[in-house]
Design a binder for this molecule. Structure first.
Ligand code: FES
Length: 164
């Protein structure tokens, strides 16, 4: 799918990826990758969550709205979630979110979900590098401000003007 929210690639542009990693598996694996000196692209900002089931779809949308060009989610393998079914909940949300992104004109390939166990530092390395290259091909994501946010900004500006 092409994405209608893509902007021209400025010179020197580097993909920005927000990664939500489960504390018990993927975050530990990314730590392992670091300790084992497995070099991977530095384009990812990792946010640690206690379980992939904790990732509200709004977190993903907020990351994209705040300037991320892609979002990577890492959770425990099916059957290994420390909270029983958090990763199944994550999978359902992921499927729904990809459809939603597509309807918003955003290429769903900007969102990726991977099951990565604590011992799979090499998988963190591979998946991160692949994601960076994928986003590089798609180009920067440029989203317009939310109408709601514009209304809010206008209200703040009007209130500030009234107080002067
Ligand atoms: S604890 Fe890792 S996905 Fe639930």
């Amino acid at each position: 799918m092409s994405d209608s929210n893509r902007s021209a690639q400025p010179p020197g542009w580097e993909p920005r990826i927000t990664a939500f990693f489960c504390n018990w598996c993927t975050y530990t694996a990314s730590d392992l990758a670091g300790v084992s000196r497995m070099a991977y692209a530095p384009n990812t900002r990792v946010i640690r969550v206690m379980c992939s089931g904790r990732i509200d779809p709004q977190f993903v949308l907020a990351a994209l709205r705040a300037g991320a060009d892609g979002v990577l989610i890492g959770g425990c393998h099916p059957g290994d979630c420390h909270y029983q079914e958090g990763n199944y909940k994550c999978l359902r949300r992921f499927t729904m979110l990809r459809r939603y992104l597509s309807e918003m004109g955003i290429d769903p390939q900007r969102l990726r979900l991977e099951w990565i166990a604590a011992s799979e530092g090499d998988k963190v390395q591979r998946v991160t590098n692949e994601m960076v290259e994928q986003i590089r091909k798609l180009g920067p994501l440029k989203l317009a401000p939310l109408p709601q946010a514009q209304g809010c900004q206008r209200a703040v500006a009007e209130r500030a003007a009234a107080e002067v």
